[in-house]
Design a protein around this ligand. Structure first.
Ligand code: AMP
Length: 308
């Protein structure tokens, strides 16, 4: 079935209800993106298609989460290629609204506050970023929610409690965003299951990102120290050895094109740094290694879940 493009919230609601009824579906999923899609996004979309009857992918470059107008203007926009990629994964609806459709009264007066969790790491380098991101995610989660109007007697209507299941898919690549979305959904009682999808990497280890297209060949080579440093820690964690952060750090700092912003091992839920002793005692339990750096002019983030 070919993908359908909708650009208004009313259109999205009408088409998703129609599809859910036509398929006698019992589940609906949302995959929020900013477009410029790659295999990482494709994996999110495929995972959603495999597990849900109706899948909506949104494509919206959210001005609210960009501190820098130049960065917003430069963000790649590739709608035709994005639609082709989503169709290949079996996504049913692409929702690509205008800025006016999402923010009809201009920038919203009331926003979601990301709190302490949104002020550290990425939030420290990009003030206001997560408030903007969570505000649009909240709106998108409402837009993508299975709507009222299901045909009486349909499978969906008959499903437990009469409500179809609702899931939204986010990448582990943006670990802090994923932690914040989970926190928002729990704190504000959004009726949606948040599904995290592991980071998709190029063969040489570089995490796929819409921003990678801005790297020169030389910068792309240099950027490999990020994933290599993370992998060093992963090997240590898997071997139940102390995490050798100093060697991993030295590897990153050996690369002159890379300017490090932060690199640390944190608790995966609170994102608070793990006790110093993970450097001296064998690593036990769970952690998350976070890294952010500028490679040439391009800011990249990556992370690695650590389990022993
Ligand atoms: P973006 O378009 O960058 O806002 O990303 C949309 C969604 O795709 C987010 O949930 C990202 O975490 C996810 N994503 C981006 N890159 C990757 C990747 N390399 N692997 C898995 N998910 C990703």
């Amino acid at each position: 079935m070919s993908i359908q493009l909708v650009t208004t919230v009313a259109g999205l609601k009408a088409e998703s209800v129609r599809l859910l009824n036509a398929k006698q579906g019992t589940s609906q999923a949302l995959v929020p993106t900013m477009g410029a899609l790659h295999e990482g996004h494709a994996t999110l979309a495929r995972t959603a298609v495999e597990n849900n009857d109706v899948v909506v992918a949104s494509i919206f470059v959210n001005p609210l989460q960009f501190g820098d107008a130049v960065d917003l203007d430069r963000y790649p926009r590739t709608l035709d290629a994005d639609l082709a990629l989503l169709e290949e994964q079996g996504v049913h609806l692409a929702f690509a609204p205008s800025v006016e459709e999402v923010y009809p009264g201009g920038e919203p007066l009331v926003r979601v506050t990301s709190g302490r969790l949104g002020e550290k790491w990425e939030g420290a380098s990009r003030p206001g970023h997560f408030d903007g991101a969570l505000t649009v995610v909240a709106k998108l989660l409402h837009y993508g929610m299975p709507a009222a109007g299901l045909t009486a007697g349909s499978a969906a209507g008959a499903a437990a409690g009469g409500l179809p299941a609702y899931r939204a898919y986010f990448g582990q690549k943006d670990a802090q965003q994923l932690a914040l979305v989970r926190q928002m959904v729990a704190d504000l009682n959004f009726p949606v299951e948040i599904v995290g999808v592991p980071t998709v990497r190029a063969e040489d280890g570089l995490a796929l990102s819409s921003r990678n297209r801005f790297l020169s060949d030389e910068e792309r080579d240099a950027a490999l120290v990020l994933s290599r440093a993370l992998r060093l820690l992963e090997e240590r964690a898997n071997a139940h050895e102390p995490l050798d952060l100093d060697s991993a750090l030295a590897l990153v700092e050996s690369q002159p094109l890379v300017s490090l912003d932060y690199f640390d091992v944190v608790d995966p839920r609170t994102l608070e740094p793990l006790a110093e002793n993970c450097r001296e005692t064998p690593f036990r339990g769970e952690g998350l290694a976070l890294i952010a750096a500028k490679v040439g002019p391009v800011r990249l983030i990556d992370n690695m879940p650590l389990n022993s």
